[in-house]
Structures are given as structure tokens and as C-alpha cells.
Ligand binder design. Structure first.
Ligand SMILES: [Zn+2]
Length: 381
């Protein structure tokens, strides 16, 4: 990365350099070793681990519960290590990629903060590399999902892609010229906490009116439960379905009823979709990508959500009518996107690791030493 930055600063023809870098980055996927790697997706409730080949095919997948947030960081490391060792029994594992629900620093090594886990500025990459003896990379789960969709899913061939994952909240990621844009400190893409309604709904982040309070699984369920609790006539269908037990109202149930034609559920998804479209128009004003990929559990509603999002996007896009419009598409890889993307990103780390090793070996061969000397001996010669 430092070479890339130095070059862009020195060179006045920045665009040319960026193109060159992008080409090299794209080539790097093509030249990455075509070996199976393990991808791990650590969410709020489940940890999913899988062996993924160079074409993005999942060779085997296992799942377990996410350790409770009261548990020490070591317990989570134990869980990850057990999953990798289990898969290693049946597969050759060349690298491990981890997509974690949390903030990961821009070097992809430390988890700065994870709301569902005990990680606080946790040096996860180094801790796991020491235990697993293969290269490890760590990234935010929205970044790994975006990478998966860009390599093997709905975003293939897009040079400027923004991914939005609608789950309990909103996750986001930016990909440009085949690179994940992580920002200076690694926390770019937190679109869910852009404030869209001054003084609006309180968000667990501490602010009010965050986008994810209006366009997410939580927002959908909150609205449905409010209507059911008020015994609104429009909510009779859903009240009957849960036998009057309002806490049983969930996102998947609302989607199911909407597909069956329940007017309230269709309307709620439409509202969520409209807020989605408004937020996307704001993101287009800032980032101007060619494609938005919508993933996460709520995206299962498909056109019931994305149709209204496209309409709202067109109504709110700045410069509409005078600019090309970005595509808005549903993600294709489903809940495995983060795991597949993490595995594929790990393949790049595996390559760098092998190259570094090869360079080291070449250096030793040049100075006529057959066996690897100690570091102190080399630097003191
Ligand atoms: Zn917030």
C-alpha cells in the first residue's frame, strides 16, 4: 500500500496510476494461488465457517453459536480455531479469512470494536496466525460480503460498487477498481448511522434519526409490532398469524405475509424500500457508483423491497435526467456472501505470504547459506 500511495503523490497523472494499480489488483486475483481457503463469518448469533475453492464454490460448511459477549476474547479464538481444525481434517487449508461484525482497522489485523463480542482493540490476526500456523486476514463482514458479491455474485464486472446489507441494522461497503475502500481508520461504509431524520428514532449508537432506524429489519419489525400493539384494523392478518402474541412478529414472517398479499406487510416493506431508495440517492450523490448491491436478510423480500427502492431512488437522485443511473440489484450469494468473500480475500494473503517466503529463501540462497539462519545473523552480517 505504501508504494501505491507514494506513487500517487509523486505522479501528476493520478488517473493513469490509479488505472495501473487497479489492473494490477485485478490481475492479482487471477494470479492468486488456486487453492482452497477457509472463510469465517462471525455474526451476532452464529459463526459460519466454510472451505471455499478459487471459483467461489463452497466445498463444506459448518456452523456454531457465537460465544456470548460476556466471554473473553480467547473463547472466541478457541471457537474459530476449533472450526478451522475441524475443516482441516478433511481439506487442505492454505489461509483463513474472517469477516467479523465489527470495526476492523485498515491493516485488516485488529478488531477495534465488535458490538456482539468482547473484542476491544483485539489483535485478532496475530493471535490466530500464531495458533493456526497459516496466514490469516480479518475484515469487516460487510466488506467481505461485498467482495464475495463482486467476485462471484451480483456485482461481477462492476468497477464501482456499493453494497448495502439490510439485517437488524444496515451494513455497507465500498469497492472501487477492485479494492475495498476501508478509509484511513478502517471504518468506512457505516452508512446505517448517517442521520436522515433530525430528532428521529433513537439509535443504539447514541444518535437519533439514523438511516438504519428507518430501513432495516429492526425498523420493519418495530413498525409491524407497533401497529399490532395498537390493534390497528390493518394488522388483523398478522395478529391472527401469531395468535395475538406480538413478540412472535419477525422480519421473515412479514415478508412471508407480504408475498401472500397481506396489505399491511406489503406497505411496510414498501416504506422500508422507500427509505432505502432515499439513502441510496444520497450515497450516489457522494460516491457515484455504477451499481448498488442489496444484501442481508431483508433483501429476501426481493422486488417487494427493491422495486419501491428503485422508484424512490429515481425521485431523489440529484441531477436526475442528466446523469446515468446506477443499477440497484439484489445480492446473489445469500447468507454465505460474507464467508465466501472472506475466503477469497484470504487467498490474496496466502499469495503474499508465499511470495515473501520465496524472496527470503532466494536471499539466503544468494548469500550461499543452505539452511535458514537466524534473523540476528542476517542483520549483523
Ligand atoms: Zn445510529
Amino acid at each position: 500500500m505504501s508504494t501505491y500511495r507514494d506513487r500517487t503523490h509523486r505522479n501528476s497523472t493520478r488517473a493513469t496510476v490509479l488505472r495501473t494499480v487497479a489492473t494490477r489488483e485485478r490481475r492479482s486475483h487471477l494470479s492468486a494461488p488456486r487453492v482452497p481457503t477457509v472463510g469465517i463469518d462471525i455474526g451476532g448469533t452464529k459463526v459460519m465457517a466454510g472451505v471455499v475453492d478459487a471459483e467461489g464454490n463452497i466445498l463444506e460448511k459448518i456452523r456454531t453459536e457465537t460465544p456470548d459477549k460476556s466471554k473473553s476474547p480467547k473463547v472466541v479464538e478457541d471457537t474459530i480455531t476449533e472450526l478451522v481444525l475441524d475443516l482441516s481434517d478433511r481439506h487442505d487449508v492454505h489461509a483463513v479469512g474472517i469477516g467479523a461484525a465489527g470495526w476492523v482497522d485498515s491493516d485488516c489485523s485488529r478488531v477495534l470494536f465488535a458490538p456482539h463480542l468482547a473484542w476491544r482493540d483485539e489483535p485478532l490476526r496475530d493471535a490466530l496466525t500464531a495458533r493456526l500456523a497459516v496466514p490469516v486476514m480479518v475484515d469487516n463482514d460487510a466488506n467481505t460480503a461485498a467482495w464475495g458479491e463482486w467476485r462471484f455474485g451480483a456485482g461481477r464486472g462492476e468497477e464501482h460498487l456499493v453494497m448495502i446489507t439490510l439485517g437488524t441494522g444496515i451494513g455497507g461497503a465500498i469497492l472501487e477498481d477492485g479494492q475495498v475502500k476501508r478509509g484511513k481508520y478502517g471504518v468506512a461504509g457505516e452508512f446505517g448511522h448517517m442521520q436522515v431524520v433530525p430528532g428521529g428514532h433513537r439509535c443504539p449508537c447514541g444518535n437519533r434519526g439514523c438511516w438504519e432506524q428507518y430501513s432495516s429489519g429492526n425498523a420493519l419489525v418495530r413498525e409491524a409490532r407497533e401497529l399490532a400493539a395498537a390493534e390497528s384494523p390493518v394488522a388483523h392478518g398478522i395478529i391472527a398469524r401469531v395468535g395475538g402474541h406480538i413478540p412472535d412478529i419477525t422480519g421473515p414472517l412479514i415478508t412471508e405475509l407480504a408475498r401472500e398479499g397481506d396489505a399491511m406487510c406489503v406497505e411496510l416493506l414498501q416504506e422500508i424500500g422507500e427509505w432505502l431508495g432515499i439513502g441510496i440517492a444520497n450515497l450516489a450523490a457522494a460516491l457515484d457508483p455504477s451499481c448498488f448491491v442489496i444484501g442481508g436478510g431483508v433483501s429476501a423480500a426481493d422486488e417487494l423491497l427493491i422495486g419501491p427502492a428503485r422508484e424512490a431512488f429515481r425521485r431523489h437522485l440529484t441531477g436526475r435526467g442528466y446523469r446515468p443511473e446506477a443499477r440497484i440489484v439484489r445480492a446473489q450469494l445469500g447468507p454465505e456472501a460474507g464467508m465466501v468473500g472472506a475466503a477469497d480475500l484470504a487467498r490474496l494473503v496466502a499469495r503474499r505470504f508465499r511470495r515473501a517466503n520465496r524472496r527470503r529463501v532466494e536471499r539466503y540462497e544468494r548469500i550461499g547459506v543452505g539452511l535458514l539462519p537466524t534473523r540476528g545473523w542476517v542483520s549483523g552480517r
